[in-house]
Design a protein. Structure first.
Lengths: 124, 124
DNA sequence: ATAAAAATAGGAATTATTACTACTTTTATT
DNA sequence: AATAAAAGTAGTAATAATTCCTATTTTTAT
């Protein structure tokens, strides 16, 4: 992967997020910094960054892919009321494993908890 | 929800699968049984069946939604070589939980394990 | 300095999904 | 059984997310 100014902007912009934007949300911010960066470039670079392990792609949040610059192993909680996505750190959960498993070589596990966050609970 | 012949065909067709088809894959089979069932009808009914809890929607497998007639709580393992989706039964895993959690009310958790299945491991 | 490899902008194309509309089927009530 | 309201349908148009394409530009290794 060669250096590219555009890819640098995309990565830096993603790093400014504490939540996990979709490509479209990211595009708006990136576009503010450089009006010429096209969606083709954005998608191509996001995919390259995912493939090289520099960022993570999160599916299953809604119908679109979201992107996460936090590459250390962690999981997500989505509040079904406010749709906010919270990070759940590895050390804060009991990791699932398959019992007596000699059939599957597990390389990664994605976990998405869904429910109600404290804030929404207190509003009721 | 009223009875509809088309919905019955869609549900029965989904039940014939042991794997978890996308809407498109399901459409091909449904279309073999009744040439007149439209994609609009398929999507509308799939969404109704999901909303009523009769089937489950699985996101995060690839870019499209997949559907599962197996509504009892279970999880999935995707082989990154052959892309086959295996069911992992609840009783076969150690369920993840958030430790010392008083912030999130967890209603459901989706887990997708990724790795290499036995078959693909043995081919190497 | 230069040539091959990689990347780009911008728009076209593709794919998945939803929305719309005039018509048909189902269901509850008589 | 007749009937009217509610629910559902086919077929197509529209939308949204993402990928593909191409001529041009940038990066990198010599």
């Amino acid at each position: 992967m060669n250096y590219s100014r555009q890819r640098q902007i995309i990565l830096n912009t993603l790093k400014e997020y504490t939540v996990h934007p979709s490509a479209e949300q990211l595009y708006i911010k990136v576009h503010e910094k450089d009006k010429n960066i096209s969606k083709g470039t954005l998608y191509r670079n996001l995919n390259q960054l995912v493939d090289s392990g520099m960022i993570k792609k999160i599916d299953g949040l809604d119908t679109t892919a979201h992107f996460d610059h936090n590459t250390h192993e962690h999981y997500h909680f989505i509040c079904t009321k406010c749709n906010k996505i919270y990070d759940i750190e590895k050390e804060d959960i009991i990791i699932p494993t398959i019992k007596n498993n000699n059939e599957f070589l597990i390389i990664s596990s994605d976990i998405i908890f869904k429910g109600i966050c404290k804030e929404c609970k207190e509003k009721d």
